[in-house]
Design a protein around this ligand. Structure first.
Ligand SMILES: [Zn+2]
Length: 426
């Protein structure tokens, strides 16, 4: 059994009990989890809505969740289904109930000016208590700034938003703007849509503005729709309100309508990690694509691959069916990133048939050139543009050194009461 580092914390304002952040064990089913906690899983599954079983079946290995357990008795388990909603299984009147509820997180808005003392990673973490910021900053400035070379006296400024649960950063930080000064080189990054626009003081001198556009979907370039003919019958949704049940019932994938027996293609190359039956989802295949991404194909009538098999992108892995909880032949496609469901549309590219019968993939990339063309070159204008772009209190990019010690007021998450790390086995 793996020993994981677990962050233990109290969240008095959000929950009644004491929750521990844990990671879902490799290959464990929800039924197995209940059994391990001495809970009658058959009884539990019999009394919940059969449509809800899918949510429990699709919990991924390594997914983060919160557990409130007291002397071996499970009080509640909260399993986030993305950044907005979470599964809640809780004890009530001697029985365990199921619900899907919004995640009660806070959003921290922060602006920090950091003078490098040791390393940028430790200094950023020290200033923000956020272990992810430095990683994202590195991504944004990739190709421009070598963060390992930053030294004492260099400067970093970041304006960002971060969701947090009980003081623990939740999800990806949203960096609005950033500034790095390394010796005499200055770099600015401003978020625009999914991209970042990068300026350097050197390029201003040359009257040539250099840009590096970073797309958040850059690493997904070889993901394709699983069917040749695309007909979406139900889109992805984290927060779908069910009018009859009067509660949230998210749809954590895309449903594609198709005829019985239609071939299903792997959306990308990878390794089959599951091929079998899953409660609610019927015949399911799961493929791991690396970088924490897993795709899931549900309700198949026939499976054509086995666990451990390597598959190529677009390879036929099964056939359309209606197994499990399904009202007609369709494919439910789920995509998970580090155990959390994401909208498959974020990674998929269309295969477009062109005349003559062959097909090609189409990358949906925004036209960045047109927005670059109109940007000013002169330094003064550039500073003004930056201020306007991130639509915040005007930045004082100049004379930054004098401003470094400004304390930021709305900095820390007020809900944090205690944050200590301890070892534990799960
Ligand atoms: Zn579905």
């Amino acid at each position: 059994m793996k020993v994981l580092f677990i962050l233990t914390f109290l969240i008095a304002s959000l929950f009644s009990g004491e929750f521990k952040l844990k990671k879902w064990q490799d290959g464990e089913t929800f039924g197995g989890y209940l059994t391990r906690h001495h809970i009658d899983s058959t009884k539990f599954y019999n009394q919940i809505n059969p449509d809800d079983i899918k949510f429990l079946s699709s919990i991924q290995s390594g997914a983060p969740f919160f557990e409130d357990e007291n002397n071996g008795t499970l009080n509640q388990i909260l399993i986030p289904l993305g950044e907005e909603m979470q599964i809640s299984v809780f004890k009530k009147g001697g029985e365990y109930k199921f619900d899907i509820i919004p995640i009660n997180y806070k959003t921290i808005k922060d602006r920090v000016h950091i003078k490098i003392e040791n390393s940028c990673f430790s200094d950023i973490k020290k200033a923000t208590n956020n272990p992810n910021l430095a990683t994202y900053l590195k991504k944004i400035f990739k190709g421009y700034v070598d963060f390992t070379k930053l030294r004492k006296g260099d400067v970093i400024s970041i304006e960002y938003k971060q969701k947090s649960i009980g003081g623990i950063p939740w999800g990806e930080p949203n960096i609005k703007a950033a500034y790095v000064k390394h010796r005499d080189n200055e770099y600015f990054a401003v978020s625009k849509g999914d991209n970042y626009q990068i300026w350097t003081n050197k390029s201003i001198v040359k009257s040539v503005t250099k840009f590096k556009i970073i797309k958040s979907s850059a690493s997904y370039k070889s993901f394709f729709y699983p069917l040749d003919k695309i007909r979406i019958t139900s889109p992805f949704s984290y927060k779908r309100w069910h009018p009859i049940l009067h509660r949230y019932r998210p749809h954590l994938g895309i449903d594609f309508g198709a005829k019985w027996g239609t071939p299903i293609h792997a959306i990308a190359s990878g390794k089959v990690i599951y091929a079998g039956w899953m409660r609610g989802y019927g015949r399911v295949t799961k493929i791991a694509h690396g970088a924490g991404l897993v795709s899931l194909y549900a309700h198949q009538s026939k499976q054509l691959v086995h666990v451990g098999q390597m598959v190529k992108a677009r390879q036929v892995i099964g056939r359309i069916g209606s197994t499990g909880r399904s009202t007609g032949p369709h494919l439910h496609l789920g995509v998970y990133k580090y155990g959390k469901p994401i909208n498959p549309k974020r990674v998929l590219h269309k295969i477009v048939k062109i005349k003559g019968g062959s097909s090609r993939s189409v990358k949906i990339v925004k036209n960045v050139k047109s927005s670059i063309k109109n940007l000013p070159y002169r330094e003064k204008k550039l500073y003004n543009t930056l201020s306007k772009l991130h639509n915040a209190t005007p930045y004082i990019w100049k004379n930054l050194d004098e401003k470094i010690n400004i304390s930021v007021k709305e900095k820390k998450d007020a809900s944090r009461i205690k944050l200590s790390s301890s070892k534990g086995a799960t």
